[in-house]
Design a protein around this ligand. Structure first.
Ligand code: SF4
Length: 115
């Protein structure tokens, strides 16, 4: 099968063969491409960016992201949890809004400086 590495902007096209637990990767310009394929085939994860509602007059929404990667299978639950959250005060960039989101060990932090 062919996969495209999304770790960096090079976007290497990878030829991947899997035989049980043996995985071979051709076309990666660096080791991270092989690691990407192994993760994708065993437990795919993603960083997620989104936004949350606020009650702050001049910031009806504020942008957020995860401070790490979460399993792809938990992204829908993650988005639902975010949709229930409302920020009620101004916070600086990098503030943790939700800790251990969906029990992943990953936090949700702001990417906008409201102060
Ligand atoms: S294999 Fe390495 S160089 Fe190629 S896209 Fe992935 S991280 Fe970038």
């Amino acid at each position: 099968m062919e996969m495209v590495c999304i770790v960096c902007p090079n976007g290497c096209r990878l030829q991947v063969e899997q035989n049980g637990k043996d995985i071979s990767v051709v076309g990666a310009k660096c080791k991270r491409g092989e690691n990407f394929v192994h993760t994708e085939l065993t437990c795919p994860t993603r960083s997620v960016t989104s936004s949350v509602k606020t009650t702050v007059k001049d910031y009806p929404v504020v942008s957020v992201r995860t401070d790490g990667e979460i399993p792809k299978e938990k992204i829908t639950a993650f988005i639902k949890e975010l949709s229930k959250f409302t920020l009620d005060k101004r916070v600086p960039i990098g503030t943790i809004l939700i800790k251990d989101v969906c029990k992943t060990g990953v936090n949700v932090i702001t990417t906008t400086d409201m102060e």
